[in-house]
Design a protein around this ligand. Sequence first.
Ligand code: AMP
Length: 194
Amino acid sequence: MRLIFLGPPGAGKGTQAKLLTEKHGIPQLSTGDMLRAAVAAGTDVGKRAKAVMDAGQLVSDAIVNEIVSDRVDSADCAKGFILDGYPRTVPQAEALDKILAGKGIALDAVIELKVDEDALVKRMENRVAETIAAGGTVRSDDNPEAFKRRLTEYREKTAPLSSYYASTGKLQTVDGMANVDVVTAEIDGILEKA
Ligand code: AMP
């Protein structure tokens, strides 16, 4: 099963993707996680991406297209994968179509989590407070200014992907403001039919 999650930062894409990886035995491919790992490892890509990520802006399409193309070739993606945080722009979606076609595979579904942006800012503040309380490290782009810039980036560059995937007939929309279990059940229902 090959899936994409769409939705603004903090919509719960990562949470739902993690649940599905356990249920279906397929990996979650988060470009944000891959880029953070590259930053932590101090690779060339990491060095180029860090300042852009800290500012809440988008890393170049060339970088993310390449890391995704390489990653889906791994053995653990043979049964499928869940893309989380990619594609983020229409040109990335077009590149992904070409990448997958070149490998002889295609997407099964695109699930969009619809959420209220004001509530997202509150969710982000709660997530930071919980992480700090648990003694964890807060992401360097988890602050209100960078978060709002990420929301603006989403609205301007990623939201148009809804129409892109609607036109392919693959888009399914779920109310991301509902509680986690309800969202999970709705996604399960969609995937049974996909
Ligand atoms: P995320 O964890 O998905 O919120 O991603 C964190 C940051 O990584 C984003 O704010 C971007 O700077 C960068 N990033 C992640 N995925 C992409 C992507 N598909 N295209 C461009 N930049 C990305």
